[in-house]
Design a protein around this ligand. Sequence first.
Ligand code: GAP
Length: 438
Amino acid sequence: MASEKNNVTLEKIVSLCKRRGFVFPTADMYGGLNGVYDFGPLGYAMKQNIKKMWTKQLSLVDHDIVMIDGAILGHHAMWSASGHVDSFSDPMVDCLICKKRYRADEINLEKACVHCGNHSWTEARQFKLMFETQIGAMSDAASTGYLRPETAQSIFVNFKNVLGSSRVKIPFGIGQIGKAFRNEITPKQFLFRMREFEQMELEFFCKPEESDSFFDFWKSERYLFYKQLGLDMERIRFRDHAENELAHYSKKCTDVEYEFPFGWKELEGIAHRGSFDLQQHIDHAKKDLSVFEEATRQSYVPHVVETSVGVDRLFLTLLFDAYREDTVDGESRTLLRLHPAIAPVQAAVLPLVKKLDTEAHKIIKHLKKHGYAVQYDASGSIGKRYRRQDEIGTPVCFTVDFETAEDGKVTARNRDTLEQVRIPIDELDHYLQVLMAA
Ligand code: GAP
């Protein structure tokens, strides 16, 4: 085993993603769409695993958490009440010479345009980030709707529906995983800032007087989540927002930040939203969203602690964090040291020679029956096959050799330690279980 380096760059991740079928630019053959991507077979599998881990962690807390799947197309009135119709926008400026567009809060307007070197800007103006559409076939009767820019609002408007139908009591949470859309002025850094992306959001409803302690509770839960994912915790920090940084609806906010090659950036937001969202819908829809407490015989509008992370942004973070280059037996290799429960393929089965195919397929069938994502690879030298698997993060390869038929064992080769051990075939399931739970 030789030295290991994390020489990761955005370009290397983009290229690996395309080469190995994690992520493709959407409609690639037509030139793509800026800020929109398609996930290939490995990307799909890895995303599913991320979502599974997120949901699993929520299911383990000592409070009720239920999930919903709200609509993507949103009611005009709902997005007005939330404040998005009027104020979900970013300041935009254009270079008057080359016409390149920037977010005004991301550049120094005292300086020249980095694209053309001239110094001539338009006035900053607000650019609306929601995608607007017409709902209904008759153009005159159609109403304006929006593609949701966050999943949170469908949780707020369903708060009473869930409370009245699900036998949950305050404090409890409603979680949601789903697509969100923002017409970002400058989509950039691959999956970091996209126009179509997925969010995993939790809105946790509690009594006002308990909201501060639940805010702290969720901060520590989220810390544990990132630790369990196997991220390098030296690259994770929790940054509390200063008073002047807080959104108008937020009482407190903490960004979970990751140190990307392009700097410390937000990965997740944890916000104490008070009763703002429910109160807005109470005021606009004229519906009662308060809850009645038997013990005190009083009604109150619950407070909300939100945790919100982008699936795609976390996907990108995990790739950056897992990427390594090293040298094994004089040959260089690229590997993704992904947590085994996140890796898109959990095990590869490699027959040493074609003749051992039947045995290899029997093992694959057995492991698939137990729910593992398994890949078969019989082409090229065993070293080449190991490297192909290392590059997509497969934590273990099982090699079927001439002794397998005699001793009922395969050689398990570990991606990270390169250790090789013989394991009985009927213990492979257990072996993988232990690996995934680590
Ligand atoms: N409901 C609160 C909310 O949506 P946000 O900070 O705008 O808050 C939450 O978004 C998370 O969603 C971010 O921390 C990020 O992980 C992800 N996210 C936001 N905009 C994104 C974009 N354009 N592309 C990819 N992920 C994005």
